[in-house]
Design a protein around this ligand. Structure first.
Ligand code: AMP
Length: 536
């Protein structure tokens, strides 16, 4: 009898600024984080087109100041968004590369190679990063890898999740599951504590995940048996280290103007150099009270030199830090939990190294010490790798016993009740879930019913995100209120939504919309096309 070796499935933390890939190894009884070609455990989520080649990761980041308009980063802040969204417009303003409006209002990134402009979607750019991580895992394992769990911010909308899944497909991955980043971190934390014999039966854990581009807060209960139950999630998909860098960059631009009477705001190369210097200064300020930014010949022959204190950095970002604490308060209130009942506060994401963030959080929790036992850069990929093993049917008992109960981050509903949002699935509902609602016709002899599917918290559906829309035709003539339509919302374990509508008087008249069936959107041909596009 031959024993079948299960293929290794990887866990990927696809971050805004850095990404990380890992897998569980049965023979070592632990997770291994795979290093990239340069030997680093995290890889910049960055790609670049040069005269001769396409660079991904470290190589792309290292040449950013020489090639700012053809180096792409931060696409996680664009993925699944619409070009016209005010948040997307806000992002575009500070990006040195060109973003244009594509089909279906999709933001498309314009890259130039040998005088030819090519447009890439955020999914396509992300797929290049995912492919690079897949290759790092394959180089380590000496075998092909196809199965993967990819992490997304807990607060990602359905569109952002679906776009991330599409990026995985384009990268040649079979995406076993999408998992929220703080939940992945909680798995890593839970596993870390599983060896502790004296731990209580149940623990309430708040995961505070402040990364490069997104902020997530999650309230979870971890049981001794391995169940992880998410109680509430909150956050902001446009808040993170990049905003702190931007605040410092803007301050430096003002200082340069004051000293040199020159405006560097429109010069992509100078702004790129300033951004790199500010990010470094920000990191320094996490361990020292003051540092300086020195850049030779920054613009028009003028040097830039400025001292900056930690206090000034904190002042520039006070609004952002305050926002983080507000989200923690809201998450606790959504989870119906008093802060005194939180047993552990777990820090994840590079920006949680900022002392002011830690101090504010500790103060809010009445000086409770924060858990820093898990590596904030690797915890998310670690948890994803554990889930990948669990879903693939290998791992030790702790891994195999893992049961995850996640929640939906934003309310889902329709526009079927006048101007108001008719919520079918309120936010923080455990998933998978299935909800249905019966709507009646509002007019005499109404022939069709139009259903808009919305996601968001405003009571006015127009202020929420329109995920998709469709019509159910063929309603027989009848007085208003006579014909009934059953609308079903079904969310799978990835947090992706399926919607259907059925005429109750004729069950053959049924339509489903393909919000999630878009899984088949990328055919083999599309993947080939995409590969050809990036073969420079
Ligand atoms: P992540 O998305 O978790 O990889 O976090 C990346 C973000 O963490 C970037 O914005 C980094 O600039 C930031 N970061 C990393 N180390 C530090 C540090 N020591 N102090 C402040 N921010 C940091």
């Amino acid at each position: 009898m031959t024993s079948k070796v299960k293929p290794i499935a990887i866990g990927i933390d696809l971050g805004t600024t850095y990404s990380c890939v890992a897998a569980w190894f049965d023979q070592h009884e632990r997770v291994e984080i795979f290093c990239n070609e340069q030997g680093n455990k995290t890889t910049p989520s960055c790609i670049a087109c040069t005269e001769s080649e396409l660079l991904v990761g470290e190589g792309a980041k290292n040449q950013i100041t020489r090639n700012p308009t053809n180096t792409v980063y931060d696409v996680k802040r664009l993925i699944g968004g619409r070009f016209c969204d005010s948040q997307v417009q806000e992002e575009i303003k500070s990006l040195p590369f060109k973003v244009v409006k594509g089909c279906d209002d999709k933001p498309m990134i314009l890259l130039e190679h040998r005088g030819i402009n090519k447009e890439f979607s955020a999914e396509e750019i992300s797929s290049l990063i995912l492919k690079n991580l897949k290759m790092a895992a394959e180089a380590f394992l000496g075998a092909l890898v196809t199965n993967a769990v990819i992490t997304v911010p807990a607060y990602f909308s359905d569109k952002q999740r679906q776009a991330t899944k599409d990026a995985g497909t384009l990268a040649g991955l079979n995406v076993l599951r999408l998992i929220s980043e703080p939940t992945a971190a909680a798995i890593a934390y839970g596993l870390d504590k599983s060896a502790d014999k004296n731990r209580p039966k149940e623990k309430n854990v708040l995961v505070f995940d402040l990364g490069g581009g997104t902020f997530d807060v999650s309230l979870l209960t971890i049981c001794k048996e391995g169940n992880i139950k998410v109680k509430a999630v909150g956050g902001d998909t446009h808040l993170g280290g990049e905003d702190f860098d931007k605040a410092m960059v803007n301050y430096c631009v003002q200082e340069f103007k004051k000293k040199q009477n020159k405006d560097i705001g429109k010069n992509a190369r100078a702004m790129g150099r300033l951004k790199v210097a500010c990010e470094k200064a920000k990191r320094d300020l996490s361990s020292t009270a003051g540092t300086s930014i020195e850049i030779d010949s920054l613009y028009d022959g003028a040097d830039f030199s400025m001292k900056i204190t930690r206090a000034k950095f904190e002042e520039l970002n006070a609004g952002f830090f305050k926002k983080c604490i507000e989200h923690v308060k809201n998450c606790l209130s959504d989870g119906n939990m008093h802060k005194n009942n939180v047993d552990d506060i777990v820090l994840v994401g590079g920006s949680t190294r900022i002392p002011k963030v830690q101090n504010m959080l500790m103060k809010f929790f009445d000086e409770k010490p924060l858990c820093k036992s898990i590596n904030p850069d690797e915890a998310v990929a670690y948890g994803a790798a554990v889930l990948a093993a669990n879903l693939s049917g290998y791992g030790n008992k702790v891994v195999r016993d893992l049961v995850l109960l996640d929640v939906t981050p934003l309310s889902l509903g329709t526009d079927l009740e006048g101007g108001i949002m008719s919520v079918l699935i309120p936010r923080n509902t455990p998933i998978p879930t299935f909800k249905e609602h019966i709507y009646i016709t509002s007019k005499d002899n109404q022939k069709a019913i139009h259903i808009g599917v919305y996601q968001g918290e405003s009571s006015n559906y127009m202020d929420n995100i329109l995920l998709d829309e469709f019509s159910l035709h063929g309603i027989p003539p009848a007085p208003a209120g006579k014909e009934k339509v059953k609308v079903c919302f079904d969310i799978d374990a990835d947090g992706i939504l399926y919607v259907s509508a059925e005429l109750l008087s004729n069950s053959n008249n049924k339509r489903s919309i393909a919000i999630a069936r878009r899984e088949q959107l990328f055919s083999h041909d599309d993947v080939e096309k995409m590969i050809r596009k990036v073969e420079l």
